[in-house]
Design a protein around this ligand. Structure first.
Ligand code: PGA
Length: 252
């Protein structure tokens, strides 16, 4: 059975002491029962990953980086490599978040290199895909997502692909308070699973965890997560408060 995951993407928020407090609160509220239902991943700013991973390791949850370099090592000022991230015990990395695509001009060709770096160093990529509002209005959202997956992921071998987690995040839903309806999420997740089955096989498609992201909160999570092809969520704003993050995990 495929893994259910709830991952919190803190983005560029929290000072060190605030981060420490939030991590401690999450650790305290996470029960064994919740941890048996979902894999919980916290993705703080990279600066706090070591701290986060120490707390996570003691409390049954996992950590993820929000980004990584497409390069192995060397003269790339400001970059953080997959090997560095792995060396402090981190297990996941978000790749291709729409904010990185938009503000830092990350292309699917570049993201493909990042995915390869992550896999080489045994980090699980949480690969983000999704359309902007204009593309949905033009009814080309399926084609947009298909192209993103084809370029960045579909050259992977079946063995490599089976290590990928996908997050469908319609850009119009991120940070806007307007979530995709459960039906819209389910429709796209089914489509993505079919693409995987066509490119690889049904077994791999059935085993791939596909998360929904975009204004997911305690209120809408139960219905979103009850969709058969929605395997959890990538949570932004609502992961910045322990109670709301835990509330979302409870919806799994
Ligand atoms: P949001 O962000 O939950 O604040 O909409 C989701 C994300 O960007 O991953």
């Amino acid at each position: 059975m495929r893994k259910k995951i709830v991952a919190g993407n803190w983005k560029m928020n929290k000072t060190f002491s605030e981060a420490e407090m939030l991590l401690e609160e999450i650790a305290e509220l996470l029960t064994d029962d919740l941890l048996s239902k979902a894999t919980v991943v916290v993705c703080p700013p990279s600066l706090y990953l070591e701290l986060a991973d120490d707390i996570a390791a003691e409390n049954g949850f996992y950590t993820g980086a929000q980004n990584l370099s497409d390069k192995e090592s060397g003269a790339y000022t400001g970059e953080i490599s997959a090997a560095m991230i792995k060396s402090i015990g981190v297990d996941y990395v978000i790749i291709g978040h729409s904010e990185r695509r938009t503000y830092y001009h990350e292309t699917d060709e570049l993201l493909k290199e990042k995915v390869l770096q992550a896999l080489k160093h045994e980090l699980t990529p949480v690969f983000c895909c999704g359309e902007v509002l204009d593309q949905r209005n033009q009814s080309i959202h399926f084609d947009v997502v298909k192209k993103q997956l084809e370029i960045a992921l579909f050259d992977l071998s079946p063995e490599e692909f089976s290590k990928i987690v996908i997050a469908y995040e319609p850009v119009w839903a991120i940070g806007t308070g307007v979530n995709a309806t459960p039906a819209q999420a389910q429709e796209m997740h089914t489509y993505i699973r079919k693409l995987i089955a066509d490119r690889y096989n049904k077994e791999i498609a059935d085993e791939t965890t596909i998360l929904y992201g975009g204004s997911c909160n305690e209120k809408n999570a139960p219905e979103l997560f009850s969709q058969p092809d929605v395997d959890g969520g990538l949570i932004g704003g609502a992961s910045l408060k322990a109670e709301s993050f835990i509330g979302i995990i409870k919806a799994i």
